[in-house]
Design a binder for this molecule. Structure first.
Ligand SMILES: C[S@@+](CC[C@H](N)C(=O)[O-])C[C@H]1O[C@@H](n2cnc3c(N)ncnc32)[C@H](O)[C@@H]1O
Length: 249
């Protein structure tokens, strides 16, 4: 990792503004994700394995909130290694700097350009169709809670029979004691990954009212209400969880 790509977004002491996925964040996002999201690489590995397992020839794989295209590049690599040549990866993100980074990363991947697209678009207006796999990692938490139900319904309708939604989010706990203990562990992890107290506290302030987490129960309820017949956790670490939601109907 070049020093220039190290996350120092909250290093200074200027005014803390609401968090945005702007140019500065996109430039260092890969480092930010690895140091701020617990078991980031392992979750990516699990999503790649599950994506390959559930992919059906001729269908599409979507990555909603694809950021710098890390998941898409891993999926592309996995398909190429297996000699799969009829996959189609559809990335979408409403941050132009993120989309630029994603296109650059995928351009360097073994996938030919006709295997993937990255659209700079809002999830609310983005069509989803003929999908066997939809990935949505750490993005629902940034969607307006009032728009979450409609978005989940659209994902369900866009999936084919036996298709899956693989979705990860930061979660909120239902009890204050567990909430405090989980947060303590989370901030401990961030300190271990080199963030200072000041950076941790400034980022927490910037994310207030921008990242709105649900509890694991609320997320499961949302997925079930949207139609998903089989909803299970495939990974959890304190205040972070990943779910697999299957469309059986
Ligand atoms: C935490 S990042 C996702 C990380 C990425 N999925 C990964 O695993 O590396 C959230 C992303 O969602 C995008 N995003 C947030 N709200 C969005 C919306 N309504 N429509 C499209 N993209 C959105 C942001 O621009 C950002 O790149």
């Amino acid at each position: 990792m070049s020093q220039e790509r190290v996350d120092r977004v909250f290093h200074g002491d200027g005014e803390v503004k609401p968090f945005e996925f702007n140019e500065n964040v996109a430039h260092v996002f890969d480092d930010m994700a690895e140091r701020s999201i617990p078991w980031y690489r392992e979750v990516q590995r699990m999503v790649t394995t599950l994506g390959v397992t559930f992919f059906k020839p001729g269908s599409r794989i979507y990555d909603l909130g694809c950021s710098t295209g890390t998941t898409m590049a891993l999926l592309a690599q996995a398909f190429e290694e297996r000699g799969v040549d009829d996959y189609r990866l559809m990335g979408v993100d409403n941050s132009e700097p993120m989309c630029r980074e994603a296109r650059e990363k995928l351009g360097k991947s073994p996938a030919s350009p006709d295997r993937w697209t990255v659209d700079c678009n809002d999830l609310e207006s983005y069509p989803i169709e003929n999908a066997s796999v939809v990935v949505m990692n750490y993005t629902l938490q940034f969607v307006d809670p009032l728009a979450r139900e409609e978005l989940m319904g659209k994902i369900y309708r866009g999936l084919n029979h036996n298709g899956v939604l693989l979705i990860s989010d930061k979660t909120q706990q239902s009890h204050t004691d567990t909430s405090r203990i989980f947060m303590d562990n989370y901030y401990h992890m961030k300190r271990q990954n080199g963030y200072s107290e000041m950076e941790i506290s400034r980022k927490r302030e910037a994310l207030e009212n921008v990242l709105i987490p649900y509890t694991v129960e609320e997320e499961k309820e949302l997925f079930r209400q949207s139609g998903f017949e089989a909803v299970d956790l495939f990974f959890t670490w304190f205040n972070f969880s990943s779910f697999i939601c299957m469309k059986k109907g």
